[in-house]
Write a protein that binds this ligand. Structure first.
Ligand code: F6P
Length: 323
């Protein structure tokens, strides 16, 4: 294999640039040429592929987002688009691809691999919902942003003796809400796996005040059935009987922005480097992730056919700590 390409795909995550940088420099160091695909799978379909030199990846280690650009591509789910992508790569004599991204992106990786193209995935998503990695690129940064926000909200909540709700990312997986609920000290955590209805939330918050707390905090996953909108509506409609207000902050895309933490830079660097070595060893069809404190390899087939499960013990711990 003399030429490989790197693509960042799906939702951006802080640390993606560090992974591209590592893949580029490790590849060039091993004597091969490295290319970057712009705008995720869209660029792969549209043949938007550029050579990367060691200097092209200077100064990106500390930057959030992805300098290559990214996209969510519906078209790439079709056989036609996948064949086009392979054709575009092969026409440039590129015979290996590294896909840095989350669930949707790794489904794309698996589709290319099944069509006979050597692909290695790198686990990257703030949601941390990718099977095959304890923690993914971007998750630690998002958590730190959430914790800083909860800390800040708590000071104003305490000053006014108020209840607050913070909605965080995660979509179908409640990792960010649960972990930030524990590390940020929430009274109630609501996730798609562990839904709490708005009436129970009101009871829990009232009980927190009765136990002598000066403020109360709810952390909710954006993909929960009882998300910020639903809970806020309930509090508005039942304001008089509840007897206290709930202020809502939706953190949104700020969680995905800004510089990666030291942990994410290092994780991304190690995973990006390992992905190149895997491709060069002729081991396509795998996701490079982080399991048990080290780089780990999981078949893309297992990645796309398994769902990560939230730790019920941590959920129970969150309940006890809320006392
Ligand atoms: O998958 C990452 C994520 O940030 C989710 O947590 C969130 O629900 C979604 O992406 C937001 O989607 P978009 O990037 O399309 O705004």
């Amino acid at each position: 294999m003399r030429r490989i390409a790197v693509v960042t795909s799906g939702g951006d995550a802080p640390g993606m640039n560090a992974a591209v940088r590592a893949a580029t420099r490790v590849g060039i160091g091993a004597g091969i040429e490295v290319f970057g695909v712009r705008r995720g799978y869209v660029g792969l379909i549209e043949n938007d592929i550029v050579p990367l030199t060691v200097r092209d990846v200077s100064g990106v280690l500390q930057l959030g987002g992805t300098f290559l650009g990214t996209a969510r591509s519906e078209e790439f789910k079709t056989d036609k688009a996948q064949h086009k992508a392979i054709e575009n790569l092969q026409r440039r004599s590129i015979h290996g691809l590294i896909v840095i991204g989350g669930n949707g992106s790794q489904m794309g990786s698996y589709a290319l691999w099944e069509k006979g193209f050597p692909v290695v995935g790198v686990a990257s998503t703030v949601d941390n919902d990718l099977y095959g990695s304890d923690i993914s690129i971007g998750t630690d940064t998002a958590l730190n942003i959430i914790i800083e926000s909860t800390d800040r909200i708590k000071t104003t909540a305490e000053s006014h003796t108020r209840a607050f709700l913070i909605e965080v990312m995660g979509r179908h997986y409640g990792y960010l809400a649960l972990i930030s609920g524990i590390a940020g000290g929430a009274e109630v955590v609501v996730t798609p796996e562990f839904e709490v209805d708005p009436a129970t939330i009101a009871d829990e918050l009232r009980s927190a005040y009765e136990r002598g707390k000066k403020y109360a905090l709810v952390v909710v996953t954006d993909g929960a059935k009882n998300n910020a909108e639903e809970i806020a509506r309930y509090f508005k409609d039942h304001g008089e009987e509840i007897g206290f207000e709930l202020r809502v902050t939706i953190l949104g895309h700020v969680q995905r922005g800004g510089p990666p933490t030291a942990f994410d830079r290092l994780l991304a660097t190690r995973l990006g480097a390992a992905a190149v070595n895997l491709l060069l060893d002729g081991n396509g069809g795998k996701l490079v992730g982080w399991i048990g404190g080290q780089v780990a390899y999981t078949s893309l087939e297992d990645v796309v056919s398994n769902t990560k499960v939230l730790d019920v013990n941590l959920w129970q711990l969150a309940q006890i700590l809320a006392e």
